[in-house]
Design a protein around this ligand. Structure first.
Ligand code: ADP
Ligand code: MG
Length: 655
């Protein structure tokens, strides 16, 4: 039962205000078959849209089954649209990418009923399209499309059908079929309201209303009205719980439809994924690199306990080490090292070292590498005992023996796979050395190849190779880690007195660091680097998100009519919202997964070809997924909300 009282509807067209309805009052009984006729522009469609809840009047009262429509909430309106009212449009309004079967079952998506494809099939058979189930709209004639639309109108067992010039685009045979179908539906108890231009169609109805210039001109009963046989629900909305159940069930459908839509626009979907893909790949790869660098540092330093102090000459010139030599810095000597060991009880060992670079030759092969002159204790302190061969002895150091322990890189470059280097003679800066051992393999780090080195006795290095009479660093091993700080002070005091450093210059005479400090400093700097790189990567994620929003906005605009139709068949705001959200989440999650794969490839390339240490952690992958998912939601919300707020008729009219 429909009761309209003084309905007005105006449209703003530029500067002018067009009155489409100028006070229409009308009561429609349940079970009636009403035809509305009138010249073009007389307000027939506007009246139908108002009655069918697709549009709202500016003035007047409209009561549907006893309820004032103006007081209904958006969700209550949706319930009426899907359970009470069905629309048949002149333009059919089928969704082009869906088959006949999917088009017919579309309204079920928004109702509480289960996705019942059997019923959709039965209905399509009833309108004579049993053999066209899988056809898309563009593979069917106009008459067939309109019959699909009728089947769609029937799927939710409506009480009323509004048909706005349903045969306007059809030939006369199709017209007859459609009219027969509508008459049969009316006979089964469904209220039919039809707008038509054809006088003989109007005459088939039970009641004929003629309109002109937005008012009802005449209203005549052609056939008596039989009492309605269908019970009229009052449009009570779904209870909160069942709405949730429907919502959850529909998420699956939304995913299915979303993926289908995305697959239909492959290039566009791919491009919008690209932003997220690059962003996620950048974040994961950066974190992996940072983590790898940190691990490399830890590995490198872990063998050196926190009980190691490293003493270097400072920047300041003093008279101590090199008397009278203007411009020379403080210089450390082997005697400094032994006196520290003798003077300070908590010192377990000292290891003076010199470093330099040298050309190493074996037969016709050349290799430039770093040379370290060390004492035998160095191997123990640095956990560098050779797995193959041996380290040199104290005696060899004293005798300045020409023996060398070489790193794995040198073995590879000079000797290759086939030849054992032990016992062979090679030349370091043209001085002949015998190889007595191979250092344990340490691998590459962010600071370079740790196996690209040769270790020789300190005295040999100083006097036969590098020509130095001083040492570059003295490593001090403290016997008890808790004594590290006090040993640090004692070491400095001893050095000040040995080198006669005046009080005023003590500040800069020596540098002493303990490993804990160095570890902390290095860890901190890699952390800062990682953070910086990740920030840049995060910005690219943001840009990717904006890309998705952009594409989704285009998609909303492009599918405005589709949104209008979905609303006309009973979709609630939340349905439209979740449909578009699901799409953007799918785009960003798929983009995110591909990004993780890309990041993995990047790290593989970096670690095998460039030799950087990398490490992808599970947490960074989860983080990436979390981020890309959230980006899908955050940047999808605006377009999805925009879509959900569209008024059904505005969306349907959109060109
Ligand atoms: P009918 O269906 O009887 O041909 P309509 O209800 O579609 O007539 O239109 C009635 C009047 O309202 C017409 O003058 C038409 O131009 C105007 N009108 C309809 N819809 C709109 C709209 N969306 N914007 C502006 N004017 C409109
Ligand atoms: Mg019209």
């Amino acid at each position: 039962m429909l009761e309209l009282q003084g309905i007005h509807k105006k449209y703003q067209m530029g500067d002018t205000l067009i009155s489409a309805l100028k006070g229409v009052s009308l009561t429609l009984e349940d079970g009636d078959f009403v035809a509305i006729m009138g010249p073009s522009g007389s307000g027939k469609s506007t009246l139908m849209h108002v009655m069918g809840l697709l549009d709202v009047p500016d003035e007047g009262s409209y009561r549907l089954n006893g309820r004032e429509v103006a007081h209904l909430t958006e969700d209550e309106l949706a319930v009426f649209r899907r359970e009470v009212i069905s629309f048949i449009f002149q333009q059919f309004n089928l969704l082009p990418r869906m088959s006949a079967l999917e088009n017919v079952s579309l309204p079920l998506l928004y109702s509480e009923q289960k996705m019942d494809l059997e019923r959709a099939k039965v209905l399509l058979e009833r309108v004579g399209l049993g053999t066209r189930l899988e056809h898309r709209p563009n593979e069917m004639s106009g008459g067939q499309q309109q019959r699909v639309a009728i089947a769609r109108a029937l799927i939710n067992r409506p009480l009323m059908i509004f048909a706005d010039e349903p045969t306007g685009n059809l030939d006369s045979t199709s017209e007859k079929e459609i009219m027969t179908a509508l008459s049969e539906l009316n006979a089964s108890g469904i209220t039919i309201v039809i707008v038509t231009h054809e006088e003989d169609i109007g005459r088939q109805a039970k009641r004929l209303i003629r309109m002109r210039d937005g008012v009802i001109q005449s209203d005549e009963r052609l056939q008596p009205l039989k009492v309605s046989v269908l019970a009229a629900p009052d449009g009570t909305p779904l209870s909160e719980a069942s709405a949730w159940v429907t919502g959850l069930r529909n998420i699956g459908q939304h995913f299915y439809q979303g993926i289908k839509t995305l697959a239909a626009n492959k290039v566009r979907t791919g491009l919008s994924m690209l932003g997220i893909l690059i962003g996620v790949a950048a974040v994961v790869a950066m974190l992996a690199l940072g983590r790898g660098a940190q691990k490399a540092i830890e590995d490198q330093l872990s063998s050196l306990g926190s009980n190691l102090l490293i003493l270097r000459p400072g920047a300041l010139r003093t008279s101590g080490g090199a008397k009278g030599e203007a411009g020379a810095g403080t210089r450390l000597t082997i005697e400094d090292a032994s006196s520290l060991q003798d003077q300070i009880p908590s010192v377990k060992a000292t290891a003076p070292t010199v470093n330099g670079r040298a050309q190493v030759t074996f037969l016709n092969k050349n290799w430039n590498t770093s040379v370290n002159g060390v004492v035998p204790d160095w191997a123990r302190i640095h956990d560098m005992a050779p797995p193959v061969g041996r380290f040199f002895t104290l005696e060899e150091n004293q005798k300045r023996a020409r023996v060398a322990v070489i790193g794995a890189t040198l073995v590879r470059e000079l000797f290759g796979e086939s030849r054992s280097p032990i016992g062979e003679y090679l030349k370091i800066n043209r001085v002949s050395f015998q190889v007595i051992g191979i250092l344990p393999e340490k691998g590459a780090s962010a600071f370079g190849d740790r196996d690209d080195t040769v270790v020789v006795p300190l005295n040999t290095a100083m006097h036969r190779l590098l020509g130095k009479d001083y040492v570059d660093t003295i490593e001090v091993e403290v016997s008890d880690p808790s004594q590290t700080e006090s040993v640090q002070d004692l070491t400095l005091d001893a050095m000040y007195s040995r080198h006669k450093v005046p009080l005023s210059q003590r500040q800069d005479a020596f540098q002493i660091r303990n490993m804990a400090d160095i570890q902390a400093a290095l860890a901190n700097s890699t952390k800062v680097m990682t953070l910086l790189l990740s920030a840049i990567a995060a910005i690219s994620l943001l840009v990717g998100g904006i890309g998705i929003m952009n594409i989704m906005l285009v998609s909303v605009t492009e599918r405005t009519r589709e949104i209008g139709l979905r609303k006309a068949v009973g979709a609630r705001r939340s349905d439209i919202l979740s449909q578009f959200l699901v799409e953007s989440v799918v785009v960003s999650l798929v983009g995110g997964s591909l990004g993780v794969v890309l990041a993995w490839l990047i790290t593989v390339v970096l670690s095998t070809i460039v030799g950087w240490a990398t490490s992808i952690t599970l947490s960074s992958v989860l983080l990436a997924f979390f981020f890309s998912g959230s980006i899908g939601v955050i940047f999808g919300i605006y377009p999805a909300r925009k879509a959900s707020l569209l008024a059904p008729i505005d969306a349907l009219r959109y060109e």
